[in-house]
Design a protein around this ligand. Structure first.
Ligand SMILES: [Zn+2]
Length: 135
């Protein structure tokens, strides 16, 4: 649990209730993260096995090679994106374990639950995203 600094007026009853709903929330988040992680691992695996075949079927003409190189580069960037998403999920899972999940890395405030529902691996809150976009 994060430190409830600045929320000292909270009563014991509501704190217990918060803990329980937070626990349920974290369990839900963890399930989603693991599912997404497995999904990414599977996609990465199929991408890598396709990539191997690509080079074996090397085109004889330069034009074909150019197209294959472009496709290979697309795969590489997709692979990078998948790896990045995976490491973000790993970080999020570590935070769940450490009890710091859902805390904005930038301002230290809780990240909006609506945002976490859509993007469970989010590390900064909506306000900070908007700030970084210069809005
Ligand atoms: Zn923030």
């Amino acid at each position: 649990m994060p430190k409830n600094s600045g929320k000292k007026q909270q009563t014991k009853t509501s704190a217990v209730k918060t803990d329980r709903s937070r626990l349920a929330f974290l369990t839900d988040v963890k399930n989603k993260l693991v599912k997404e992680y497995n999904n990414l691992t599977a996609r990465l695996g199929s991408l890598l096995s396709k990539g191997k075949g690509l080079w074996e079927e090397h085109g004889a003409k330069d034009e074909e090679n150019a197209a294959e190189v472009a496709e290979y580069q697309n795969r590489l960037s997709l692979e990078k994106n998948l790896e990045k998403a995976k490491s973000e999920i790993e970080e999020a899972l570590k935070k769940v374990e450490a009890g710091t999940y859902g805390i904005c890395q930038s301002c230290g405030n809780p990240i909006e639950p609506e945002r976490l529902k859509i993007l469970p691996s989010a590390t900064i809150c909506i306000a900070c995203v908007q700030k970084s976009r210069g809005q």
